[in-house]
Design a binder for this molecule. Sequence first.
Ligand code: TYC
Length: 110
Amino acid sequence: MKKILCSIGDQEDSDTVLESKTQIKTEKPPLYKVLLLNDDYTPMEFVVYVLERFFGMNSSKAAEIMLAVHKKGVAVVGVFAFEIAETKVAQVMDCASQNQHPLQCTMEKE
Ligand code: TYC
C-alpha cells in the first residue's frame, strides 16, 4: 500500500484508508528539548530568575531545577516546537550576556 505524506489537518486519524488504497499520514511536528548547562560562575539566584521568567516556573520548581543542573551538569527545562524552543534559547542567552553571566542554553531534537 502506497503511503503519502500530507499536511491536511482535518483527517480524523492517521489510519484512514481511501478508496484508492492511498493512506493519509498526518505528521506531528517534531519537538525540541531546551537544555540548561551548569557553569561555575553564574549565580544561583540568576538561574532561578531565568527559569521563572522564561519558563514560567514557580520559585520552588525553579530552585529545584537549578539545583539539578548545578549537581548533574545539565537538565531539560522544557520541550517545545522548534520556533518556541529557538526563542527560549535566544531569550536566555541574551539575558545572560546582558548580565555578563556565562550561562549556556541549548536545544536538541527530542
Ligand atoms: N554552578 C553555579 C554556581 O555554583 C550555579 C548554576 C546552576 C549555574 C545552574 C548554571 O545552569 C546553571 N554558582
